[in-house]
Design a protein. Structure first.
Length: 98
């Protein structure tokens, strides 16, 4: 049973990791495609989008460890969950307060 739970955990964590890294790669490879959505333009806007892509990669380090072995790297899993919670609460607050 533990082995099944472990693989389900890996699958779920891996899915989040994959989507997050796909976003990071998109920001790094084609920053101009996303600049207007952030109200950015020019070389500075492209640099800012690439910086966000790099931050996405950095933020996903705990997911990598948690995906390898959620039980062994429980601290990384907890860190990832805390980061997701902060993101959800922060973005909700931004949405509600304009």
């Amino acid at each position: 049973m533990l082995n099944k739970r472990l693989w389900i955990s890996r699958l779920l964590i891996g899915a989040v990791l994959l989507v997050n890294l796909e976003c990071a790669v998109a920001f790094l490879r084609q920053p101009q495609a996303y600049m207007a959505g952030f109200g950015l333009s020019g070389a500075a806007g492209a640099g800012m989008m690439r910086a966000l892509g790099l931050l996405f990669v950095m933020w996903n380090v705990p997911y990598g460890f948690a995906c390898v072995h959620p039980v062994k790297y429980r601290t990384s899993l907890i860190e990832a969950l805390i980061m997701q919670t902060i993101g959800l609460l922060g973005e909700t607050l931004i949405l509600l307060t304009g």
